[in-house]
Design a protein around this ligand. Structure first.
Ligand code: ZN
Ligand code: ZN
Length: 109
């Protein structure tokens, strides 16, 4: 099986793209509580080690998410409206919520 870990470059880019907030619950991130999570879990088809699949997350979220999809984790476990998984033009994570009926993106993506 191929390596399923992010490069240090991708990790650094994911941290930058996060604007300092956990992708899942918005917790302020610092160097002690930041982990890089696979949006599409390693156990699921479609998992990649690209930036598109890398989000900065707080440790509790990374632990609790398990094999859930980002949508199911946010909607059903955290009880928050799931975030768009797209990026802004300047390379940050889109901070909008997913559009109605869409499990991954807002209307812009
Ligand atoms: Zn979190
Ligand atoms: Zn968006």
């Amino acid at each position: 099986m191929a390596s399923k870990n992010f490069s240090s470059k991708t990790k650094a880019e994911a941290v930058r793209a996060s604007r300092g907030e956990c992708f899942y619950d918005g917790t302020r991130l610092n160097k002690n509580n930041t982990e890089i999570d696979h949006v599409v879990n390693k156990m699921r088809p479609g998992c990649t080690n690209d930036l598109s699949n890398a989000v900065a997350a707080c440790k509790p979220c990374n632990r609790e998410k398990g094999t859930l999809t980002a949508y199911d984790f946010q909607a059903n476990k955290l009880g928050v409206t799931p975030r768009c998984q797209g990026f802004t033009q300047d390379g940050y994570r889109c901070q909008r919520n997913v559009a109605e009926g869409n499990r991954k993106y807002c209307h812009d993506h």
